[in-house]
Design a protein. Structure first.
Lengths: 156, 383
């Protein structure tokens, strides 16, 4: 399960499109094999944070092929109530972070018997909400940054 | 046709969000294209909204979707609660929608700024305090020193916008977050949120730049008194009048002010026309009303001069800010260079990541690069 911060980081870690493109292609292959997914809220978040840049183009372009598009309401409700700190109550509806929905998606899949790793750069403690890493730790979900994920999956 | 999916929201949280936003069943029903009875059922937990209805409710109440799934409502916002019942006023004040949005944004920015300063181990912002026992001349002297601002800075500025930009910069350099919100001519003139690490003054950008210069100091006076405030167009309490006098005396110190009036209209002359007020106002880069107020304070105005200055003169009369309307420029104008600098510094110190900065500026990566460039060249902004 990949989040917006990790997708954005592809263009930060690989500024040269010649180096970034194989990464996007590798991630698309993973997604088409059913091994990578992201929720709808991640796309909404990317629409705000990277607009028409490659990370959004990648996510929008392969969104229909995702094996899982997001958690159902019971998982969202469970995460919201069991780890309230993941919610940024100070933000406007139009700027809501996807963190809660990423954790809920990962938890739903994990509870469905899948072996789950969350890929995220949202790891630092923050002023307005818990990080995705903290959310994953709370629910005992594995969470790694982008580069180890690329290394583990053999994406160049 | 498939059955619509119900969203399992917590009715108590919905009721809370409605109360916080000042929205009743009738208004929300209209927005959600249903009846007030159905909204009451949602609040009571007897029915759940469809996804479409939920999305409409979320858009009206402007809270993140996630909160509606909480087990219980969040705490009431103490600032909004306090501003609905300002001291010295009877009954509750109905905050406008734009005021509510501005207050919530200001509180969010204050929380973020405070957190960064805490992480950096910053000292408290030592705003010179004003108490009932404080001599106003001492306060004025201390504040001029604290802000490193003299009336000569107003004279030196090429325009009121330039004076406002420089004054805002001085406030931000001293550690005050200076925000501007479009709160329309029905909204408050400004508000302040007291905090030892992240004090905030916010002004309504519907007012002219001259009026906003005055509001910066008026709201700063509230901070110096150690209290939050929301300020109406006209001073409506003893404290408001004291802050009004403080701002006037700060921007129009008695000696240079009297000297200019003497020089322009003759020693001991009584100012009686709007044209005369306008000339003094231009010199000091303040509004007509602030100038008339000061003239009355020092007994250099004919009776009723202040009342004759049209209150509407404080408004810009149009929605436009300036021609520089890129997202980065707007963000700097509204949230200030001080806030942007804090975020960029937090990233530099690895307190926050790149995507955190995007989250806390509501900007895209490209727009953030532009904001960074503008901050680096010291491009503050006034509308």
């Amino acid at each position: 399960v990949i989040d917006g911060s990790a997708i954005v980081s592809v263009s930060i870690e690989f500024k040269d499109p010649i180096k970034a493109n194989p990464v996007y292609i590798g991630m698309t292959d993973l997604l088409n094999r059913g091994d990578l997914c992201f929720c709808d809220q991640v796309v909404e978040e990317l629409e705000r944070t990277v607009r028409a840049e490659p990370p959004l183009m990648w996510a929008s372009g392969c969104a229909t092929g995702r094996p899982h598009k997001g958690a159902q309401y019971p998982a969202i409700e469970y995460v919201a109530q069991d780890f309230t700190a993941i919610i940024d109550g100070t933000v406007r509806d139009t700027q809501e972070p996807a963190a809660l929905y990423v954790v809920a998606q990962a938890l739903e899949l994990q509870n469905g018997g899948h072996q789950i790793t969350v890929v995220s750069e949202d790891r630092l403690v923050k002023p307005t909400r818990a990080s995705l890493l903290e959310g994953c730790e709370h629910f005992s979900i594995r969470c790694i940054p982008l580069l180890p994920f690329l290394s583990e999956t053999g994406i160049p | 046709m498939g059955r619509a999916i119900s969203v399992p929201i917590n009715g108590d949280v919905l009721a809370w969000a409605m109360a916080q936003a000042g929205v009743d069943d009738i208004e929300l029903a209209e927005r959600c294209k249903t009846s007030p009875d159905v909204i009451a059922d949602w609040r009571e937990g007897d029915q759940k909204p469809t996804k479409t209805q939920f999305n409409r409710a979320v858009a009206r109440l402007r809270r993140p979707r996630a909160i509606y799934f909480l087990a219980e409502p969040p705490e009431d916002d103490p600032v909004i609660r306090a501003f609905r019942s300002p001291p010295g006023q009877e009954g509750a004040r109905q905050l406008t929608d734009t005021e509510l949005r501005a207050l919530r944004t200001a509180e969010r920015l204050q929380k973020i700024a405070r957190w960064i300063r805490e992480q950096r181990g910053d000292q408290a912002i030592a705003i010179p305090q004003i108490t009932e026992a404080t001599n106003i001349n001492d306060s004025l002297r201390d504040t001029h020193a604290f802000l490193k601002w003299q009336v000569q800075d107003q004279f030196d500025a090429s325009s009121a916008s330039e004076a406002a930009r420089r004054l805002r910069h001085q406030l931000e350099t001293a550690g005050v977050l200076v925000l501007q919100f479009a709160m329309k001519d029905t909204g408050c003139r400004g508000f302040s949120l007291h905090d030892d690490l992240a004090p905030v003054v916010a002004v309504n950008s519907a007012y002219t730049v001259e009026a906003r210069i005055f509001s910066y100091l008026h709201e700063f006076a509230h901070l110096a008194r150690g209290a939050d405030s929301i300020c109406a167009r006209l001073p409506d309490s003893g404290v408001e009048r004291k802050c009004e006098r403080f701002a006037a005396a700060f921007l129009m110190p008695r000696k240079p002010f009297e000297s200019y009036v003497d020089q322009s209209f003759g020693p001991l002359s009584q100012i009686s026309s709007i044209g005369q007020v306008s000339r003094v106002a231009r010199r000091f880069k303040v509004s007509l009303r602030a100038t008339a107020l000061r003239l009355e304070q020092i007994d250099r105005a004919v009776a009723g001069l202040y009342d004759r200055v049209d209150a509407e003169a404080d408004f810009k009369g149009g929605p436009g800010f300036s021609r520089d309307n890129s997202a980065a420029a707007v963000r700097l104008r509204e949230w200030g260079a001080g806030y942007a600098e804090l975020l960029l510094d937090a990233q530099h110190r690895h307190l926050l990541a790149h995507t955190d900065i995007l989250e806390y500026t509501n900007l895209s990566s490209t727009q953030l690069s532009e904001l960074r460039s503008r901050v680096e060249v010291g491009a503050g902004a006034e509308g």
